[in-house]
Design a protein around this ligand. Structure first.
Ligand code: KG4
Ligand code: ZN
Length: 355
């Protein structure tokens, strides 16, 4: 099955063509980061306006790159269905992609497939990996870490997602972004902190600053199905950073690098501890790491080590498919993982669509 996918849930306008779940024929991403940079975060009104301006050329480019040299009509004839993100995300951003998908499905008389953005992040590990087979990977533990989400998801079988842990306040990416803002390092914070952290060279015996690991008290009220030991809190970490930076303002590059390393380490260890806990619960066959924060080298290495120790196969997306992209949307839909909906044309976007 060949699916044309659209993603517009936040600040990337993206379109892609994917066959059979994993064969990426094209993947085009327009990032709005420079538009939001002056504000230190995504401005929803700017995001939706930019999606409207970019969606058409991005769709055209994704089609042309998938079927080079073919006229539009012939190219569309290869497409079996149109998929798009219908949530979660920013309402006015989601609307642009989802409405474009409805228009294409109607005009081309093709099925319309709604996709949950978080499910797609977990599927992203399969893109360009036809050798990965379901039978060898499930039950699977998934971790989707992005600017908006930190979700531990259990999949007993493909396309079944049970949320078992999440952040009770800030998402991991948000924690990186807020720290960078606080330290005046710019936006988005993850890549800057990642880069700065790598430059830290500890003196013999020197330890990172011991920031908190985001423990959630067993008494904390949680929605049904969530396990406190797999939940995490990042708001205390941000306060700890602020308090530390006020007391010991970084004077040199080395001070800043140590601070960045220590803060990153706290996020990485908080997530690694939860993954360790989760792997003890059940005999998972694989662990899938997706989302923009999975670009973090330290996080990848640490979680790969946790999985190696637990005897669980570690999967993560190629760099181009870690952040928001449409290949993960088209890929999941072409593998049969879109949301079941008897009347997708009547469906509206859902900014807080649950996992
Ligand atoms: O998945 P994504 O592109 O968009 C959302 O759905 O949110 O994730 C964006 C997030 C931002 O918070 C950004 O700071 C973070 O991913 N990020 C990173 C790195 N690269 C991007 N965080 C840590 N280390 C990185 N190298
Ligand atoms: Zn995302």
């Amino acid at each position: 099955m060949i699916v044309f996918g659209i993603e517009s849930s936040c600040d990337e306008t993206a379109a892609a063509v994917v066959a059979d779940g994993c064969r990426v024929l094209s993947s085009v991403i327009y990032s709005q980061v420079p538009l939001h940079q002056p504000y230190g975060g995504v401005v929803p009104e700017i995001a939706s306006r930019s999606h409207i301006e970019k969606i058409r050329p991005i769709l055209e480019q994704a089609l042309a790159e998938a079927f080079p040299g073919e006229p539009d009509e012939a190219a569309w004839a290869h497409i079996d269905a149109i998929a798009a993100t219908c949530g979660p995300g920013l309402a006015a951003s989601l609307l642009v992609g989802w409405t474009a998908a409805k228009g294409l499905a109607l005009a081309l008389d093709k099925p319309l497939l709604p996709v949950n953005h978080m499910h797609a992040h977990l599927w992203s590990v399969r893109l360009n990996h036809p050798e990965l087979e379901n039978a060898a990977l499930y039950p699977q533990l998934g971790l989707a870490v992005s600017g908006g989400h930190t979700c531990f998801v259990e999949s007993p079988e493909p396309h079944h997602f049970r949320l078992i842990g999440q952040t009770i306040d800030d998402a991991a990416g948000e924690a990186f972004d807020k720290a960078a803002k606080l330290l005046g390092l710019g936006y988005p914070g993850g890549p800057v902190i990642d880069r700065l952290a790598r430059t830290w060279v500890p003196a013999p015996g020197e330890r990172p600053i011991p920031f908190p690991r985001g423990r959630v008290s067993p008494e904390h009220p949680l929605q049904e199905g969530l396990l406190p030991e797999l939940c995490v809190s990042f708001s205390g970490l941000k306060t700890a950073l602020l308090t530390y930076a006020r007391k010991h303002p970084p004077q040199t590059e080395a001070d800043a690098a140590k601070l960045a390393f220590s803060y990153q380490e706290a996020i990485v260890e908080a997530l690694a501890l939860r993954v360790e806990q989760a792997l003890k619960r059940r005999a998972y066959r694989s662990f899938a790491l997706g989302g923009g924060v999975s670009l973090n080298r330290r996080l990848r290495d640490r979680l790969a080590a946790v999985c190696a120790q637990g005897g669980v196969r570690f999967l993560t997306a190629e760099p181009g498919f870690c952040g928001d992209n449409a290949a993960m949307i088209a890929g999941l839909a072409s593998a049969g993982g879109a949301l079941r909906d008897p009347d997708p044309l009547a469906r509206d976007v859902d900014p807080s669509l649950p996992v």
